[in-house]
Ligand binder design. Structure first.
Ligand code: SAM
Length: 294
């Protein structure tokens, strides 16, 4: 690894001063300044010079520089217009980086990947995510047709805990299921708030996600499955039965049908949704569908 030019508290502060950058909290701008952590991110992503990489939110380029030094090509999406000329300067030495000045939630990522990257190379996603949109970014990536060889992303520690949570724990919910349905997430390491300028109010964690085998049986319709799971966690303090009534209504015939379904799949109405595994949610979705309720 060549000596980095961007990350370090002194260089980050100098770049902010030189360009008179207003740090935009509303865009989740917290710039990583710790070189050891950046090296660990590259290691966690298992990056090699064969890889193409998508980065979300390059900021002033601290992580982008490490990616550019380790990978074949990097495409980085930055929404903030004011950071584009800064990135042109800070990353001027790297001819394998393309900055795309777009909102990642609106960009046509599959098309841009197809147009710019050689399909034979491994494709990885590496990012220090803007925390205010961590969930929509993860869900749109995981529920798309894109295939990443691995995903290595930094997020708020509390959200990372939800991603990896197992049934029966407080942190387990619809986000755990949405992520674990498609991937195997693991916490690679945690990052203290002191590693950033400006410091966020929370600690962070790096999560790695790798593909998992598809569930068999699969839900009859994935979007119905995800919507049903979300509904089951709307009232976390209530029983599974009460969540079902909130979704399907309290009509006597519907109640009888729901009771039948629960008997068929051997799920107690008094259980809490947080105790149910992904396999049980799939079974419930498919049985409710067979009964004409979904
Ligand atoms: N990668 C840099 C680092 O590690 O120092 C900056 C990370 S900072 C946590 C998040 C970055 O995402 C900011 O640069 C912010 O402007 C950018 N961002 C926020 N919302 C975005 C969006 N919808 N699309 C693309 N970039 C976004």
């Amino acid at each position: 690894m060549k000596t980095p030019l961007i990350a370090s508290p002194a260089r980050t502060q100098a770049i902010i001063n030189r360009y008179r950058l207003p740090i935009k909290k509303s865009l989740g701008q917290n710039f990583l300044t710790d070189i050891n952590i950046l090296e660990h991110i590259v290691q966690a992503a298992d990056l090699t010079e064969k890889d193409n990489v998508i980065e979300i939110g390059p900021g002033i380029g601290a992580l982008t520089e490490f990616l550019a030094q380790s990978a074949h090509q990097v495409m980085a999406f930055e929404i903030d217009d004011q950071l584009i000329p800064v990135l042109d300067d800070t990353l001027a030495l790297y001819d394998n980086v393309t900055i795309v000045n777009e909102d990642i939630l609106k960009a046509n990522l599959p098309q841009l990947i197809k147009d710019n990257f050689d399909a034979d190379r491994p494709l990885k996603l590496v990012a220090n995510l803007p925390y205010y949109i961590t969930t929509p970014i993860l869900l749109s990536v995981l529920q798309s047709s894109m295939h990443f060889d691995n995903i290595t992303v930094m997020m708020q520690k509390e959200v990372a805990d939800r991603l990896v949570a197992v049934p029966g724990t407080k942190a387990y919910g619809s986000l755990s299921i949405a992520v674990q349905y498609r991937s195997t997430p693991e916490v690679a390491f945690t990052v203290p708030r002191t590693a950033f300028i400006p410091q966020p109010n929370v600690d962070s964690a790096i999560i790695t996600m790798t593909d998992r085998a598809a569930f068999d049986p699969a839900p009859f319709d994935e979007s119905v499955f995800f919507k049903f799971v979300k509904g089951c966690f709307m009232h976390r303090r209530k029983s599974f039965w009460n969540n079902l009534l909130a979704i399907f209504g309290k009509d006597a015939d519907v109640k009888a049908q729901l009771t039948d379904v629960l008997e068929k799949v051997h799920v107690s109405p008094q259980i809490r949704s947080e105790k149910l595994t992904i396999e049980t949610f799939i079974l419930l979705t498919n049985t409710l569908h067979d009964e004409g309720l979904l």
